[in-house]
Design a protein around this ligand. Structure first.
Ligand SMILES: C[S@@+](CC[C@H](N)C(=O)[O-])C[C@H]1O[C@@H](n2cnc3c(N)ncnc32)[C@H](O)[C@@H]1O
Length: 225
């Protein structure tokens, strides 16, 4: 069984020997692969919908790891007890959904490793984490087809305020895909700026924020080269 590059990058951030809660597990490939490869001790897969959870159960059976997995039909972590797990993964979901799931489980700030792979609302989620007692320890980028994904390791802690460019693209890093990722974020900002500038009622504060983010991202690019 092979994971796609995105899920493999998530898997590589899960601590060895952990007991993992994979939230929104869907097919369950992530915990199944981690168990098959002896990376983790035990996993609980949660999903909001019965269909995906059944897929996860079926895959766990197929790959012979059912005895080391549990399955919970629930919203986020609502049916997972803090003492059951050392690590939590939430991948392939919108940033606002991820923030909502963590907000309902404040115990995730206490001595747990979180591996997050949001699909949307990156600045909002980074800001939410900073304002709610989480620290983004590191980030990396994975490429799958022509898409780039950002994967974060997060723990409870104090994170200094992030500048607009850091809210958009995370803190500067030496990731091999960093420059490509910065270009990708810069093009999103250029589109947002064009939209704001063309709007009948210009939001000058939003324009100033986007301009500051673009300048910061360009400075990060220069630093890399
Ligand atoms: C796009 S899939 C991602 C699957 C897998 N984590 C991955 O990254 O490939 C999102 C899954 O999350 C589930 N989901 C969405 N919101 C959820 C929530 N609040 N709690 C638990 N599961 C949720 C959906 O039912 C779906 O199976």
């Amino acid at each position: 069984m092979e994971l796609t590059p995105r899920l493999r990058a998530v898997a590589d951030r899960v601590p060895e020997g952990a007991r993992l809660a994979d939230v929104g597990a869907d097919h369950g490939y992530l915990p199944v692969w981690l168990l098959l490869n002896g990376r983790i001790r035990w996993a609980v897969a949660s999903d909001l919908r019965p269909g995906p959870l059944d897929n996860a159960k079926e895959n766990a059976r197929f790959y012979g790891v059912s005895e080391r997995m549990d399955f919970r039909l629930c919203d986020g972590l609502s049916a997972v007890r803090p003492e059951e797990v050392d690590a939590v993964s939430i991948a392939g979901m919108g940033g606002e959904t991820i923030a909502g799931i963590l907000d309902s489980a404040p115990w995730t700030r206490e001595d747990k490793t979180l591996v997050l792979q949001p699909m949307t609302s990156f600045p909002e989620l980074r800001l939410w984490l900073q304002q709610h007692g989480y620290l983004i320890e590191s980030e990396s980028v994975a490429r799958e087809g022509d898409r780039l994904y950002s994967i974060w390791t997060v723990r409870g802690g104090t994170m200094p305020p992030l500048a607009p460019a850091e809210l958009c693209a995370g803190r500067q890093s030496a990731d091999p895909l960093r420059e490509e990722y910065l270009d990708h974020i810069l093009s999103k900002i250029a589109r947002a700026l064009a939209g704001q500038r063309a709007a009948q009622r210009r939001d000058e504060a939003a324009i100033a924020w986007l301009e500051e983010a673009a300048a910061g991202l360009n400075a990060m690019k220069e630093e890399l080269s």
